[in-house]
Design a protein around this ligand. Structure first.
Ligand code: SAM
Length: 515
């Protein structure tokens, strides 16, 4: 079988790297275990009741907790291999496509529609296509190790690189395990070229690990009939489609032949899944976000309830929210702090998103517990976009720029009930932030994107018990928490965590005594 060769290929072999690659530990940044989500508000009594019930549940250390991990997925996957080797049923990835460009996301400020464009991630490769292929090759090898024997992998690419990756997928997963080259076609709304045909599809390569794999003929993955077919079909009084069959009496065919209202079993060309636009309900203002309905088809077809689904380039977390809503366990990772922050809020807000089976309804369930982790691989966690900082700042001082960011709270105590007010937020080096950003800040709270409280902080990791966050559609942030009731006397540590719009995360601790 022909193999692809590229500069650097010989430098990497899974057998060598296994020995030399350190296994980094994970640092648990936060456990989100049925917190009281302030955004749900007093109006949704049903969800509030569920939240309160869940909060009383005992936690078992054996309970599965979904994982959102920040860091380079190569290090993450090496570390995951210790526990999850051959355990993941489905991997979907949507990596950078070697486009040579930078992708953008919008950073919203305060309660109004005010925003700044920030970098989402870079897709330029100083070593050219060789460097890109090498990057993906070593990661695909790790994914194969993580994939269950009856598992599947979907790799989302486009015309830039899919033909090269097809060859390395054949090498890694075996040509015999190739199942489909899925064409996801969408209208290319902004294409202006008249020099070649307009490009309007992505390619998704679907491979399995073996010939014994999960694939469900679920009516919820079916493709809708095209308008042309619908026009040719007839509907009876119940709205069921039929066409005429049987014998001809000279005027018309004698029988009504009924066909499924759910559409047709999917072909490998998907034309029924619209691209994300600003008015799509799940829009996250992140330029390469993929539609939930695309992931719905993949996850329903290639996994069952409770299976582990992973996306190691998770971006805004489309795979994770779809897995969550379809009752799968999930693991997601992304190198960008901003992407992880979007995912965290999007998963928290899942109750408010569309139900995948009845799209017209809201999902109305609270997210199952998940942890936000970071891989401790000694890499600097500096994600401040240089576009927000004045030119005078030297490269080396960027890391320390926002070290002394602080906030202030007021703690109210009434017997064993405690309530917290967030009353101030200050950035010491604020003069280094560009005027255009500062001009959009009308109050201290405009710096803040979300804040959360651990009312009984036990020093190992942060457990969110109450949380308020801004979303695109609901920009309001509650600066006053609920009253938390302590059931026992004693000294407690309260930890408060604030995430700001620049990417800073600050935790401050307070001691209180309950008599
Ligand atoms: C095309 S986007 C994914 C979009 C996602 N499918 C969605 O629906 O939002 C690719 C993502 O891969 C992430 N990424 C790039 N290199 C990475 C790496 N080495 N480790 C982890 N994530 C990485 C980027 O930060 C970016 O968010």
């Amino acid at each position: 079988m022909p193999n692809l060769d590229w500069k650097g290929k010989d430098n990497f072999r899974i057998s060598n790297t296994n020995k030399s690659q350190p296994v980094y530990p994970f640092h648990i940044k936060e456990l989100i275990r049925y917190p009281l989500i302030d955004n749900i508000g007093i109006h949704n009594e049903m969800i509030k009741k569920k939240m309160e019930e869940y909060q009383k549940k005992e936690v078992s250390s054996k309970e599965w907790v979904n994982c959102l991990i920040q860091g380079d997925n190569k290090d993450i996957m090496y570390s995951l291999l210790q526990i999850y080797s051959k355990k993941i049923k489905l991997i979907y990835i949507d990596p950078p496509f070697a486009t040579g460009g930078n992708f953008e996301a919008k950073m919203f400020i305060g309660e109004e529609d005010s925003f700044e464009v920030r970098k989402a991630y870079s897709d330029s490769w100083s070593g050219g296509i060789d460097a890109y292929i090498d990057f993906l090759y070593e990661r695909l090898i790790l994914m194969k190790e993580l994939l269950a024997e009856d598992g599947s992998i979907y790799v989302h690419l486009d015309w830039h690189i899919s033909h090269y990756i097809k060859i390395i997928m054949d090498e890694i997963f075996g040509k015999e395990n190739f199942k489909n080259e899925i064409i996801w076609a969408y209208p290319a709304a902004s294409a202006r070229t008249r020099k070649f045909f307009i490009r309007s599809f992505d390619t998704i390569l679907f491979y399995t690990k073996s010939n014994d794999y999960t694939f469900n003929d679920d009516p919820n993955i079916y493709m809708e009939y095209s308008d042309r077919v619908k026009f040719a079909l007839k509907t009876d009084d119940n709205g069921t489609y039929y066409h005429r069959g049987g014998s001809h009496n000279g005027k018309k065919l004698s029988q009504k032949v009924y066909i499924s209202n759910k559409g047709i079993f999917p072909r490998d060309v998907w034309t029924d899944l619209p691209y994300i636009r600003a008015n799509t309900p799940e829009y996250q203002a992140f330029s390469t976000q993929k539609p939930e309905r695309l992931l719905k088809r993949i996850i329903l077809a290639s996994s069952n309830k409770n299976d582990i689904v992973a996306d190691f380039f998770c971006g805004t977390g489309t795979t994770l929210v779809v897995a969550e809503k379809l009752g799968r366990r999930w693991i997601g990772s992304d190198i960008g702090k901003h992407a992880i922050n979007i995912c965290r809020k999007r998963i928290l807000d899942v109750w408010n998103s569309n139900d995948l089976i009845n799209w017209e309804h809201k999902y109305q369930e609270i997210p199952k517990p998940f942890r936000v982790l970071r891989i401790n691989n000694n890499q600097q966690d500096n994600d401040i976009d240089i576009r927000f900082i004045t030119e005078s700042v030297q490269d080396k001082s960027k890391n320390s720029l926002f070290q002394n960011v602080k906030f202030d709270v007021k703690i109210y105590k009434d017997k064993n009930n405690v309530l917290i007010d967030l009353i101030d937020y200050s950035i010491p080096n604020v003069n280094l932030i560009k005027e255009k950003i500062k001009n959009k800040i009308k109050s201290f709270s405009d710096w803040i994107d979300s804040w959360t409280i651990d009312f009984n902080h036990r020093k190992d990791y942060f457990i969110s018990t109450w949380i308020s966050y801004r979303t695109l559609k609901n920009r309001r942030l509650n600066l006053t928490s609920i009253f938390h009731t302590y059931s026992k006397q004693g000294n407690y540590c309260i930890a408060v965590k604030v995430n700001d719009i620049l990417g800073n995360e600050i935790i401050q601790e307070y001691e209180i005594n309950i008599e």
